[in-house]
Design a protein around this ligand. Structure first.
Ligand SMILES: [Zn+2]
Length: 369
């Protein structure tokens, strides 16, 4: 099955010591003293499935794994693990710690695939927020359009869930209200709900697909602010032809699935959680996530960040989980094998290609410039 990873980040460029590696294995960062992030479903999956890619026996101990990693070097390890994922297209969010990671072009080169950029709205806003508050809205619109065009970006991403929660406004904030909010911000970090709403509305007005972080994330997140049902007033009011992508979603994957079922432009994935729940639970998670979600609305992502292991395991976990779920339907006589294969192709690659118009010519983008 072909895979498009519609949301991931770059790979750490240099060597990692044990502490650096373990911190990237967990959304909680470094483990408490005396504990190891290898003792998680993800850590055990690294030993089971990534060790053989580095010529070690399955289940190699962490010490051996890290020693072999150091011996091969960061680039060779990344090349091997990325290529084992079987992903041929990556949509790469460059807005977080981008300086430490490979660029989309470097990632594509290591993986032997194609990469497209995803521009983070809050990062663009923070690069221009220090000017005249009254001109912020217009300057942001101009800068966003320029960034998207110059990078050939296929989508934008918002971390509203981290900054102010997903209760965005149901209309673009009036210019005077936006200027007031910009003028009263505490620092460079953009976290006011009026300002964040204005960023998202600007992207929507430009017809750009918008990815939203939802649910599962690092400690900067207040989980209950990331419930996707908080987006409802915004979703009702926005133009229905602009795609919305709800990322990760766990443990709100059922709420996200409901939104995907009732709003024609809403799509979901369960990236990140797949890796942290591990291969043994992927089928259960995907089965829940697919409850009632039209098959044209589910996408694949790894949300891999920093470690090439996360791209390999994301893909393996997803393939295994989806095969389990769809295979059970075929075995029960509910679906034909051809239907299962068609749905798998949609979820693995086809839906992302349609939503982001990957490989579509410029002239085939009516209404979206
Ligand atoms: Zn991400």
């Amino acid at each position: 099955m072909r895979l498009v990873d519609h949301h991931c980040h770059g790979v750490v460029r240099g060597a990692l010591d044990r502490a650096g590696f373990e911190a990237l294995l967990s959304e909680g960062g470094s483990p408490p003293i005396g504990l190891s992030t290898f003792d998680t479903p993800l850590g055990l999956a690294v030993r089971r499935h990534c060790a053989p890619v580095l010529d070690l026996p399955p289940h190699a101990p962490p010490e051996d794994y890290l020693a072999r990693r150091a011996e091969l070097g960061a680039e060779e390890v990344a090349r091997r693990l990325l290529r084992t994922s079987g992903v041929d297209t990556f949509c790469v969010d460059t807005g977080f710690r981008g300086g430490e990671l490979t660029t989309p072009a470097q990632l594509a080169d290591l993986a032997g695939g194609v990469a497209h950029e995803v521009v983070r709205l809050e990062t663009v806003a923070e690069s221009i927020v220090d000017g005249d508050p009254g001109e912020f809205g217009a300057r942001f619109a101009e800068r966003l359009a320029a960034e998207v065009a110059s990078r050939g970006a296929v989508a934008v991403k918002s971390v509203a869930a981290y900054r102010c929660g997903l209760a965005l406004t149901s209309a673009p904030p009036p210019p005077a209200v936006l200027a007031e909010a910009v003028a009263h911000r505490a620092g460079r970090r953009v976290d006011d709900p009026i300002v964040i709403s204005a960023l998202v509305w600007t992207a929507v007005e430009q017809g750009l697909p918008v990815q939203f972080h939802v649910g599962y994330g690092d400690r900067d997140l207040t989980l209950y602010h990331s419930d996707p049902s908080l987006l409802t007033p915004f979703l009702r009011a926005m133009p229905p032809e602009v795609p919305i992508l709800l990322l990760h979603c766990y443990p709100f994957h059922r709420a996200a699935g409901y939104l995907a079922a009732v709003y024609g432009n809403v799509h979901v994935d369960v990236g990140l959680a797949l890796n942290h729940l591990g291969p043994s639970r992927a089928g259960a998670l995907l089965a829940e996530a697919l409850d009632g979600v039209p098959f044209g609305k589910m996408l694949y992502s790894s949300d891999a960040f920093g470690l090439p292991e996360l791209y390999a395991l994301g893909a393996l976990t997803f393939r295994r989980g989806l095969a389990e779920v769809l295979g059970a339907r075929v075995s029960a006589g509910e679906w034909t094998r051809a239907d299962a294969e068609r749905v798998a192709a949609m979820i693995g690659a086809g839906n992302a290609e349609r939503v982001y118009r990957l490989g579509w010519s410029r002239t085939a983008r009516p209404g979206r410039g």
